[in-house]
Design a binder for this molecule. Structure first.
Ligand code: KMH
Ligand code: ZN
Length: 274
């Protein structure tokens, strides 16, 4: 039997400006509406970055709590908060995200050049995030921007034990300028270094979106799509909505004989208890 596809939607991110990308969901209302529509199409997890009243990225704890509550009330999606934030966010603010008690949180496995910026993830910080998530029963999604970060993940698990729930799920973030390329070859290279029993999803930034999506589907992987990663649908055609990206992913997953997984199936796979 073929594995159904876990589809994560990452609707907002911290990098695009609302003024330049008007369909980007930035208010709580926009986010919840997007979440509901993406769930109806086949998404099971939502990877969340939030914005302030001026549409700037924020890690404000009160807003994060309100966001988790609203998404839980109005959807059945697994709520995954970003602890990556924006490249300018300090470590204490990123750790405090866990106080909003999401179902899952992202946990990046190393420092990477991020375009003209640096996305800083020191070893001690990674250990702190992993440990706090274990203590609180928050299931991590380990974000991998480059091959060597999988070695860091294995070292982390060897030294500090398995994550909350016991299952290891990795997201390959490919095609970031400064990280690994968004190619089938790079994805296959990562598979050899995945921890035993781990599942993976993949996302390709920008023009690597489709090659990575197809490579992941054809190697048994899962998908992350959304306007955090992709704002151009096809050459010269801006993305109209996150739903457009989820619908495309669902169509390709079905074509691959791997229909989307429900949120309940995803909870079982990822060992998310709520
Ligand atoms: N915004 C990037 C600097 C995550 O969400 O954990 C980091 C990021 C990864 O998006
Ligand atoms: Zn993110």
């Amino acid at each position: 039997m073929t594995t159904p596809t876990l589809i994560t939607v990452a609707p907002t991110g911290a990098e695009s400006a609302k003024s330049e990308v008007p369909p980007l969901p930035v208010s709580l209302d926009e986010l919840v509406t997007t979440a509901r529509e993406c769930e109806a199409l086949g998404a099971a997890v939502i990877h969340v970055h939030i914005r302030d009243d001026d549409a700037r990225p924020t890690l404000d704890l009160g807003r994060l709590r309100d966001t988790v509550a609203a998404l839980r009330e109005q959807t059945n999606l697994i709520v995954q908060l970003s602890t990556g934030g924006a490249v300018t966010d300090p470590e204490p603010d990123r750790l405090r995200v866990l106080d909003a008690e999401p179902d899952m949180a992202s946990c990046t496995m190393g420092t990477v050049n991020f375009g003209d910026d640096v996305f800083l993830n020191r070893w001690e910080f990674i250990v702190e995030l992993h440990t706090r998530m274990r203590e609180r029963g928050i299931v991590p999604e380990y974000e991998i921007f480059d091959l060597g970060q999988l070695t860091t993940l294995r070292r982390l698990l060897d030294r500090y034990g398995p994550p909350a729930g016991g299952h290891v799920h990795v997201d390959l973030v490919m095609g970031v300028p400064g990280g690994m390329p968004g190619t089938a070859e790079a994805l296959v290279a990562c598979l050899r270094d995945l921890p035993e029993g781990a599942t993976f999803s993949a996302t390709g930034i920008g023009r690597s979106t489709i090659p990575v999506l197809l490579a992941s589907l054809s190697t048994g992987g899962h998908l992350r799509v959304g306007m955090e990663d992709t704002i151009t649908y096809a050459k010269g055609q801006p993305v109209e909505s996150n739903m457009q990206l989820v619908a495309r992913a669902v169509g390709l997953a079905r074509l691959a004989g791997r229909a989307p997984m429900t949120a309940e199936q995803a909870r079982t796979l990822l060992e998310v208890k709520r």
